[in-house]
Design a protein around this ligand. Structure first.
Ligand code: ADP
Ligand code: MG
Length: 632
């Protein structure tokens, strides 16, 4: 590392001013980042008493020369930046030259450091920022920084600290995020004498994620990657069936730095739209790599907020990479899309503004033209998409010793072709679905429909696997995709006996607000005044007797969605129509109807219901053999 400079007041002013040391976790983060910047391969962090009593960070990085060791604690002393041009492309974790000054001002600090190749090291001790002792010392190459009694001289700030337990877990989280961001560096964290975690530093994202986040989370992750002229995203996203209760397991990194980003969060969550239960959130570990000049990290002292110069491109890249990871899940056969389908699948120009993460919408206040539809199966540009040939992964049972992000390939026999003219079903639940898109017919594995259990689950034998399909969930998804693909023109049926409806004030307002949209989607509702309405027509797919329940359900969803944007409102309405039009558990289902559902599920088109529930479950011969103790 080069010699430490004192930044000129002008450059110092250009650096966003602010507090660096908020709590022990901020010290842990700053010291680890310094170790990373020093080119360390191995870093050890030790904390005691929640970090407020003791924090030690030892690295095998470049170390400091004696003349730099004292200067390092001065404000705006940094070896990572010398003039304002440097601010335009920051390649190091630090650049502000503030952390050591801020930390040493509110604690007792000891520094032992030895420059690589130097004969001896340097010792510096400071109290409240004042150097107490400084001199040569024997120590290993690299740097050890010890911070004791944080905030001992600022009792007001000490009072704001939470319990040792929560401060310690914030320290662990901060260190974990640093470690996760740099799989090539080995990081060990010791908390009150016990090892909390250890990352191998072998440069592999998968083993890093597995060791740091644990098997339970890692086993739900799908590999995800994408590239677009100098922008790269790689990492993992969770399977839609493994949605989580909050966003705590979303990790984003940009050039190795942990960042918070409403943009990335919105891109991620938009890709899960209609495949995740509402109120559930995806998990992810996503690494973005781009030129240092295209991201500004000088936004906030904690350096976790960044400003991208090409937000739109980054949004697209992440959105498509995640979507394609989700589409690849459980699929084996590679079928190329025809040119026509590719066109259909091409995302609309400005879906960017239809993203869901409200925080991003609020921040960005989209100024331009009106928002368009979210794309139906948008395809990552310039790549192939695989359709069909559902993959039946063996359920994760027993102990897994390594991260298996790529489940075992199934052993299906020669696939058969889908019958192009399925028998016309009879009865009130007649399936009217057509394939959602003009996708080249995917190969369907050889299968035998064994029957139906409890008038709910269709049983299918596929090779050595028993597949159970929730007929309602699968049919609901088929309906939803078909309705969504129909764009505006949803077929309507006039009710012989118009259905009266009386609503309260809030619902009346909602109905008026979304009346036009409901009209486009096949509902004809006439206001009679005083909260009274009459439903004259409903979408052709639903039964006349469902007219009032459907509207009530839609209004309830719209009410819960607070102020839904037109796209979300449209999806909610289509969810309800799809659900009402779907065959129900408990209904009799004809053989032809079952076959239609099975074919759609086996083709890989239908995996989750519109709310994110899985439509099928798998029992392998191995599972059954184990169950009956044929094997152990
Ligand atoms: P910044 O990281 O923004 O430069 P800091 O106050 O964190 O500011 O550190 C000041 C300087 O001290 C760094 O620029 C670097 O030269 C030196 N330094 C701090 N920690 C280490 C370390 N672990 N190894 C080598 N040099 C270090
Ligand atoms: Mg620093």
């Amino acid at each position: 590392m080069s010699v430490i400079n004192l930044l000129s007041p002008h450059v110092a002013d250009l650096i966003a001013a602010g507090e660096v040391v908020e709590r022990p976790a901020s010290v842990v983060k700053e010291l680890i980042e310094n170790a990373f910047d020093a080119g360390a391969h191995t870093v050890t962090v030790e904390i005691r008493g929640g970090g407020a009593t003791y924090i030690r960070v030892t690295d095998d990085g470049c170390g400091m020369a004696p003349e730099d060791a004292g200067v390092a604690f001065l404000r705006h002393a940094t070896s990572k930046l010398s003039d304002e041009r440097g601010l335009e492309a920051i390649s190091t974790m630090g650049f502000r030259g503030e952390a050591l000054a801020a930390i040493s001002a509110v604690s007792h600090v000891e520094l032992r450091t030895r420059l690589r190749g130097a004969d001896e090291g340097t010792f510096v001790s400071l109290d409240a920022g004042e150097i107490q002792e400084m001199g040569p010392i024997g120590c290993p190459e690299g740097t050890t920084m010890i911070v004791r009694d944080l905030f001992y001289n600022t009792p007001a700030r000490l009072k704001f600290l939470k319990s040792d337990r929560s401060e310690a877990s914030a320290c662990v989280q901060a260190a974990l995020r640093c470690a996760l961001g740099r799989p090539e560096i080995s990081l060990r964290l010791i908390r009150d004498g016990k090892e909390e975690f250890f990352s191998a530093g072998d440069g592999r994202q998968d083993s890093c994620v597995y060791t740091l986040l644990g098997r339970e989370l890692a086993s739900t992750l799908l590999a995800c990657s994408g590239e677009d002229e100098g922008l790269k995203v790689s990492g993992f996203v969770s399977s839609p069936s493994a949605g989580r209760g909050n966003r705590g397991s979303q990790y984003f990194f940009c050039n190795g730095r942990t960042i918070k980003s409403a943009l990335l969060q919105a891109a991620l969550e938009q890709a899960y739209k209609n495949s995740l239960l509402s109120g559930r959130f995806p998990a992810c570990v996503l690494y973005l790599d781009m030129s240092f000049a295209s991201v500004d990290v000088n936004v906030h002292p904690a350096k976790t907020e960044v400003k991208f110069s090409q937000e739109r491109r980054i949004f697209d890249l992440v959105y498509h990479a995640v979507l394609s990871a989700l589409q690849r899940e459980d699929r084996t056969a590679e079928v190329q899309l025809s040119a026509g389908t590719r066109k259909l699948a091409e995302p609309k120009a400005d879906f960017f503004r239809s993203m869901s993460a409200e925080s991003y919408r609020r921040q960005q206040a989209a100024p331009q033209s009106t928002r368009a539809e979210a794309p139906v199966f948008p395809e990552p540009r310039g790549t192939q998409i695989s359709f069909g040939g559902m993959r039946l992964a063996e359920p994760q049972t027993g102990c897994q010793t390594s991260l298996d992000l790529n489940p075992r390939k199934p052993s299906f026999s020669e696939p058969i072709r889908r019958d192009p003219t399925p028998e016309k079903p009879e009865g009130k639940s007649a399936l009217v679905d057509k394939p959602v898109q003009n996708v080249d017919t995917p190969p369907i594995p050889d299968h035998k429909i064994l029957g139906e259990a409890m008038k709910t689950y269709i049983l299918v034998e596929v090779g050595d696997t028993l597949l159970l399909i929730d007929k309602h969930a699968a049919h609901e998804r088929m309906n939803f995709d078909r309705l969504k693909a129909q764009e505006r023109a949803v077929m309507s049926q006039t009710l012989l006996a118009p259905a009266p409806l009386t609503l309260g004030g809030e619902d009346t307002e909602l109905l008026e607000r979304f009346g036009e949209l409901l009209g486009e989607l096949g509902f004809e509702i006439e206001p009679l005044g005083g909260g009274n309405f009459v439903i004259r027509a409903v979408p052709a797919d639903i039964l006349p007797s469902d007219a009032v329940p459907a509207i009530e359900e839609i209004l309830e969803k719209l009410r819960k969605g607070k102020t839904p944007d037109p796209q979300s409102a449209r999806d909610e309405i289509l969810h309800t129509v799809a659900c009402k039009a779907a065959i129900k558990a408990g209904w009799d289902t004809s053989a032809a109807e079952r076959e239609r559902i099975v074919v759609e599920v086996l083709s890989g088109h239908v995996k989750y219901c519109p709310h994110g529930r899985p439509v099928s479950a798998v029992l392998t011969r191995r599972d059954l053999d184990k169950m009956f103790k044929r094997i152990v």
